[in-house]
Design a protein around this ligand. Structure first.
Ligand code: PLP
Length: 387
């Protein structure tokens, strides 16, 4: 795409990924040129790269209120999620149970499915119509057999914030550990591992203006974890493999930026999102805002246009230069209602019109006005087609 074309694009898919911040690029580039060393090397070129990796570790630890030694760098959120589930289950052979919510990201759901094929017992806990995990059901699901409970901090489709602290208390009562996938929450809301009481936490750089292919797993000191990647002693034997130094430097810079901008940026974005939803519901009768009554990420608007096929609307919006997602980015292409909306009990005829608008650092009021101006004719075209 030319720069001019990119300028006219309205990007409202920040939950899928975010543009890399220029300060992040500045932190990454030297690692691809001058600071090319392998952090595991004993010489000065290696030591220089190792110092950058450790600075990044400090920034990530600071963002979530952890100790530096508790941060394990990974290739992103998916790997962190895989490593948490697999790693804890392998390290606690006397317990075979895993409990997850029905609205987790596929990185959790499919890892749990695979673990089930390998002999684990997996229990799915439902959510209410408000999109929040049912804590009574969770309390019934966790037993002395449970090795790990995994409940995401904020849902990627609805933005609904989950009762992770309460879930951790339930898990710990039975001697189970608590993992939270904070990929969507980190950098958008304050995340403190001690306040949440979690044992493990996943995050990803590219959801907070960092590069793709870099992330971290927080592992509370003393938590049993068998490494998934072996063949190297990096990351205190918790994740073998030569460090992705540019990605890690980018993650560290992104974490530093996020920590510095969090409250001010979140307030501005939430105001935009709220105005958007207000205008949308005032102008269009067939609009349902999913999770509206719950505590949500301030940047996420999960909207169902009743009677509309989301994929068709997504394509028309894209033709207009407006980039959104229909449900989770990775499940677009399928007309099935998303597993999240199904779990919330949303009527499938409404759920099939699900569009996720997610706002971010570069979103402007002008963009919202252009989106709101474009929608009536696009919805009109769709109803003419289906009519
Ligand atoms: N978990 C959640 C909640 C996500 O939204 C995503 C990405 O969409 C992931 C995990 C996967 O992270 P990554 O893209 O870094 O592998």
């Amino acid at each position: 795409m030319s720069d001019a074309a990119a300028d006219s694009v309205i990007y409202l898919d920040y939950n899928a990924t975010t543009p890399v911040d220029p300060a992040v690029i500045d932190a990454m580039v030297p690692m691809l040129s001058r600071e090319f060393g392998n952090p595991s090397s004993g010489h000065r070129i290696g030591a220089a790269a190792a110092a950058v990796v450790e600075q990044a570790r400090a920034a990530v630890a600071e963002l979530i209120g952890a100790r530096e030694s508790e941060i394990v760098f990974t290739s992103g959120g998916t790997e962190a999620d895989n490593a948490a589930l697999r790693g804890v289950l392998a390290a606690r052979p006397s317990r075979r149970g895993v409990v997850i919510s029905a609205i987790e990201h596929h990185a959790i759901i499919e890892t749990a499915e695979q673990l089930e094929r390998e002999g684990a017992t997996v229990t799915h806990v439902g959510v209410g119509a408000d999109g929040r995990v049912d804590l009574d059901a969770l309390a019934r699901a966790v037993t002395a057999e449970t090795a790990l409970v995994s409940i995401m901090l904020a849902n990627n489709e609805t933005g609904v914030i989950q009762p992770v602290r309460e879930a951790a208390e339930i898990a710990h009562r039975h001697g189970a550990l608590l993992h939270t996938d904070a990929v969507q929450a980190a950098g958008k809301i304050p995340v403190r591992v001690d306040d949440l009481g979690v044992d493990l936490l996943s995050l990803s750089a590219h959801k907070m203006y960092g590069p793709k292919g870099a992330g971290a797993l927080y592992v509370r000191r003393g938590t049993p974890l068998r490494p998934m990647m072996i063949g190297g002693h990096q990351e205190r034997d918790r994740r073998g493999g030569t460090h992705n130094t540019s990605g890690i430097a980018g993650l560290g810079a992104a974490a530093r930026l996020a920590a510095g901008r969090l409250s001010e940026e979140a307030r501005r974005i939430r105001a935009l999102r709220d105005d958007f939803e207000q205008a949308l519901t005032a102008r269009f009768e067939q609009v349902h805002v999913i999770g509206a009554g719950s505590a949500r990420l301030g940047n996420t608007s999960c909207v169902c246009f009743a009677g509309v096929e989301a994929e068709a609307l997504l394509l028309l919006l894209s033709e207009e230069g407006i980039c959104v997602s229909s449900g989770a980015a990775c499940s677009s292409g399928s007309l099935e209602p998303s597993h999240v909306l199904r779990a919330m009990g949303v009527d499938p005829r409404i759920a099939q019109g699900q569009i996720r608008f997610s706002f971010g650092r570069h979103s402007t009021r002008d963009e919202l006005d252009r989106l709101l101006a474009a929608l009536p004719s696009l919805l009109g075209r769709l109803s003419a087609l289906s009519g």
